[in-house]
Design a protein around this ligand. Structure first.
Ligand code: FMN
Length: 235
């Protein structure tokens, strides 16, 4: 069973541990390592520091290095690979409301043409399919409520007014979604700034809570007790 590891740059700018973490993971036999090029303190703020992915690739040549952070479309992935020499990419928020991103990435890395973003009509069809799958998984009551945030992500970057977005945010049935989507202009295309429209978490920076004296004993491998798992322990 191949095991991979994913980690951040470190706790904060004064404690950057990604090179050491990468070497340890490779030495322990990880099949690949992935770096989210932000610190824990950064959380989702600022931009991912792709240069660090290149540093990791140079420092750990024995296993594939996957880069992560701020890949919103296929061009971003190609740019990251070119800038860092990474062996592959990990997608986070970029696929929210854009499930076709994975197909775009496969095409981009295979040197094939990447399609233009779908028309609003094609997005609507995908939304219905997604909602149906979600309802089959979680039941209609939960599925519809869970889908509200996805509706916002799907429509981000398309010419759909704020009032409609608010309405979809209170969606209570599949029928209501289908009715609303049927009123959209199916030929509408994504707005120029839609490709990198931010979706999902934007929060941070945030001070990182660590167990008391943690920095003084980073090499201490005594197993943590159950209290370390409590929500308030920071550990
Ligand atoms: C819906 C969602 C779920 C995620 N779940 C995990 C997870 O289980 N483990 C993890 O290490 N990171 C998780 N992440 C973080 C991403 O893997 C990624 O590191 C982060 O979003 C930064 O990449 P981005 O700038 O492309 O979004 C998740 C992100 C999203 C949007």
């Amino acid at each position: 069973m191949p095991v991979t590891a994913k980690f951040r740059l470190g706790v904060d700018d004064d404690h950057l541990t990604f090179l050491e973490t990468g070497r340890i993971a490779a030495d322990l036999g990880c099949a690949a390592i992935a770096l989210h090029a932000r610190t824990a303190e950064q959380l989702y703020s600022g931009t991912a520091r792709w240069a660090a992915i290149g540093e990791l690739k140079a420092a750990v040549p024995t296993v594939p290095v996957l880069g992560n952070g701020d890949i919103w479309d296929a061009d971003d992935a190609l740019a990251m690979a070119a800038a860092t020499g990474c062996d592959g990419v990990v997608v986070g928020r970029g696929c929210l409301g854009r499930p076709w991103l994975f197909g775009d990435l496969a095409n981009a890395f295979a040197g094939r043409t990447v399609a233009e973003p779908p028309t609003l009509g094609a997005v609507c069809d995908t939304m219905i399919e997604h909602l149906d799958l979600l309802c089959a998984w979680a039941g209609e009551h939960l599925g519809v409520r869970e889908f509200r945030k996805h509706a916002g992500w799907y429509l981000k970057g398309y010419p759909v007014g704020g009032e409609i977005r608010r309405e979809l945010n209170q969606l209570t049935s599949r029928e209501a979604l289908a009715e609303r989507l049927a009123q959209f202009d199916r030929a509408a295309v994504m707005l120029p700034n839609g490709r990198r429209a931010k979706r999902g978490h934007q929060n941070g920076p945030r001070k990182v809570a660590l167990p008391e004296h943690w920095f003084e004993r980073v090499d201490d491998d005594t197993a943590l007790d159950a209290a370390a798992e409590s929500a308030t322990s920071g550990g």
